[in-house]
Design a protein around this ligand. Structure first.
Ligand SMILES: [Fe+2]
Ligand SMILES: [Fe+2]
Length: 280
């Protein structure tokens, strides 16, 4: 049977987030060797067939935002066989990111309302990193730019990506630092009517919810996941690194979490680590 006309638009994205790469070669974050896990994620993405059209990485590239951490992240991502666009997270340093990773083709990092077009769909990367704090903010200027962009072309279906999760997840330790101007953001989406999905990271776990028919996806980290424990922040040692595959076929958006099997040598150290301040 032939595919109906509305199915003719076809593209695939992969969403990677929360890499938390350290400056030191064998550095661990919360007991986890994040570099080897990112390596395994990149290898998994490279096996996808057909190859996705684009990888979108929504921040927390580094721990500490040092040039050495970004150099290591760039090295690990260099083997990805598809183009990459980036948004930044609370652990990133925009100036250092741009200096180290910008010339290597990691476009979009920290830029407000970075816009791409794929097969008639609009992809918007928002900057939710706010200088000096771990909470997410879009800010009035970026919200205005977003409104103008959505109004400029109301016909194009739109996918939005940003680092911080938008809607509170019901976990006190992670809901302290979600997108702080989320009410204004939702109001904007409600008026626009052309946003088909919103993708975030930051919470280091897989989540999905819907607001007025718009799905909000939280994608797990390529490094480590947090347990859904309401009392405290702790790594779930059973949860492997993961990423999200997003397939658009006509008007249909489907997503799938791809977990990456751990090598047996990848043990998670027990208890809090020296990088506990690394947080989300
Ligand atoms: Fe974060
Ligand atoms: Fe993170």
């Amino acid at each position: 049977m032939k595919a109906p006309v509305w199915m003719k638009t076809r593209f695939t994205l992969v969403h990677l987030t929360d890499l938390h790469i350290t400056a030191e070669e064998d550095g661990r974050v919360r007991g986890v060797e994040t570099a080897s896990r990112l390596e395994a994620v990149v290898a998994s993405v490279n096996t996808l067939s057909p190859a996705p059209d684009l990888a979108i990485i929504t921040g927390d590239f580094s721990v500490g935002g040092s040039p050495a951490a970004y150099r290591r992240a760039a090295e690990l991502l260099a083997t990805l066989r598809i183009p990459v666009r980036a948004a930044l997270g609370n652990h990133d340093d925009p100036d250092t990111f741009r200096a180290i990773m910008g010339p290597l083709g990691f476009a979009g990092g920290g830029e407000p309302c970075h816009t791409l077009d794929i097969a008639g769909w609009r992809i918007l990367l928002l900057n939710s990193k706010w200088s000096g704090v771990k909470e997410g903010f879009l800010g009035a200027d970026q919200r205005r730019r977003l409104r103008e962009e959505l109004e400029r072309d109301p016909a194009s279906p739109t996918l939005i990506f940003m680092h911080h999760h938008v809607v509170p997840l019901g976990l006190p330790w992670v809901d302290r630092d979600n997108l702080q101007d989320w009410n204004e953001f939702l109001e904007l989406l409600g008026t626009a009517g052309n946003v088909r999905a919103v993708f975030s990271g930051h919470a280091h776990q897989a989540r999905q919810h819907t607001w007025r028919g718009i799905p909000f996806f939280v994608t797990p980290s390529t490094g480590y996941q947090f347990a859904r424990d309401v009392r405290e922040i702790r790594v779930d040692t059973q949860e492997p690194p993961a990423y999200r595959i997003i397939r658009v076929r006509g008007d249909l958006v489907s997503t799938e979490i791809r977990q990456v099997a751990l090598a047996s040598s990848d043990a998670v150290a027990a208890g809090p680590d020296a990088a506990a301040a690394a947080g989300k």
